[in-house]
Design a protein around this ligand. Structure first.
Ligand SMILES: Nc1ncnc2c1ncn2[C@@H]1O[C@H](COP(=O)(O)OP(=O)(O)OP(=O)(O)O)[C@@H](O)[C@H]1O
Length: 383
């Protein structure tokens, strides 16, 4: 029987991401993965999966919730990890990855992070892990993290989560970690950026890929992940934070976007996602230009890390490129990326375009910028 259209769409998106990864792995020297149908199935399922309602054993192969028999990839096959919260997006992603990866000779595991911020969170993480084992994912880990206090609860939870995902990916030597962000998440990110007055890099939203992290569902609607889970009887957990109006993103999701859709039409989410793609191209081009300008203009003393560049050269650059050059230099001199804001760069830019003898300027991370003898001098204070 043909799968539900939402299931088919998600599998197609996942298949594309996996095929790129498998090709890349081969190009980088990893032995070519052997697709499952050419091999003998692996031996016995783990006891954790044996009794699960979503797992039916046929000989040594398991049945995926779709009903199709699924042969696990070889034990030494390259591994992809899926980051799973237990919500519909990441459960649909995990299910589709479990279905598609063995066909390409890849193994699939999962990590679910327990932030410890809600009562019963450890039990829920265990339940999510059990469901994932029932899909045939292996290894599956429920990792408890300690969430710090810096930068607000959402940012602190995110930082702890990515640290745990990085650690698991390193330990298992995973090829990649899949995240379940959808087109709707992308649209929300663009709207939030607009409301903050962000530039093109931020309006570019989340990248489809950054380092080991991939987002195969960025072109898939959130409604499809819900439909796919329902069609496959996959139980999902709704994070209460997603509904809590105390969180900005929840207000954008449940109050702002529905109003825009009501008045501007249903295509708003797709339009915002398109805006992200267009801005990404712009931001990439400007970053590349700025990188070349930095290389050409910036002179750095390798001993004390101090560097300078001519104000006249900076003044000739378009403002968007100049601000990027100034940001790159502030970062390499020691300003932490998370603390360096547009207002800092605007004040540095004024040393070039509106100088009235002001300065030196202090940037985050103890970085000092001075205009002296026709140059901008960047240095890190020793104190
Ligand atoms: N506790 C967690 N453990 C592991 N991965 C997580 C966790 N929370 C989020 N993620 C990953 O980050 C992605 C985005 O999460 P976020 O909470 O921002 O979005 P969401 O739309 O609520 O996703 P989901 O429906 O999967 O919960 C998830 O799809 C998942 O891949």
């Amino acid at each position: 029987m043909a799968p539900h259209p939402a299931v088919a769409a998600i599998r197609l998106a996942v298949r594309r991401a996996l095929a790129d990864l498998a090709a890349e792995a081969v190009a980088s020297g990893v032995p070519a993965p052997v697709p499952a149908p050419n091999r003998q199935p692996a031996a016995v399922p783990s006891p954790a999966t044996a009794g699960s309602p979503a797992t039916v054993l046929i000989g040594n192969a398991r049945r995926h919730p779709s009903g199709l028999p699924r042969t696990p990839a070889a034990a030494d096959a390259p591994l992809v990890l899926v980051a799973v919260s237990g919500g519909a997006d990441s459960m649909a992603l995990a299910s589709a990855t479990a279905f598609e990866a063995p066909k390409l000779g890849l193994r699939v595991g999962a990590v679910t992070v327990d932030h410890g911020l809600q009562s019963g969170s450890a039990d829920r993480a265990r339940q999510v892990a059990d469901r994932l084992r029932a899909f045939g994912l292996d290894p599956v880990e429920a990792v408890a993290v300690r969430v710090g206090r810096q930068g607000g609860p959402e940012a602190a939870a995110r930082e702890a989560r990515y640290a745990a995902l990085d650690e698991a990916a390193e330990r298992h030597r995973a090829l990649a970690v899949f995240l379940g962000h959808t087109r709707d998440d992308q649209a929300e990110t663009v709207l939030l950026g607009l409301a903050r007055g962000s530039g093109s890099r931020s309006l570019a939203g989340m990248p489809g890929r950054k380092g080991r992290y991939l987002r195969p569902l960025l072109d898939v609607d959130r409604s499809a992940t819900r439909q796919a889970c329902a069609a496959q009887s996959i139980p999902v957990w709704e994070d209460p934070h997603n509904l809590d109006p105390a969180y900005t993103r929840a207000r954008v999701r449940h109050e702002v976007l529905p109003v825009l859709e009501k008045h501007l039409g249903n295509g708003v989410v797709e339009a915002l996602a398109r805006t992200a793609r267009l801005f990404r191209d712009d931001a990439d081009a400007l970053d590349e230009w700025a990188g070349r300008a930095e290389q050409r203009l910036y002179r750095r003393d390798p001993h004390d890390g101090r560097g300078e560049l001519a104000v006249a050269d900076l003044a000739e650059l378009p403002a968007a490129v100049r601000r990027r050059v100034l940001r790159r230099i502030a970062l390499r001199t020691g300003s932490p990326a998370g603390d360096l804001f547009a207002r800092h760069l605007e004040s540095v830019d004024l040393l070039v375009t509106g100088w009235r003898g002001q300065g030196p300027l202090q940037l985050p991370g103890g970085v000092e910028v001075t205009r002296r003898c026709g140059n901008l001098v960047f240095r890190r204070r020793k104190d």
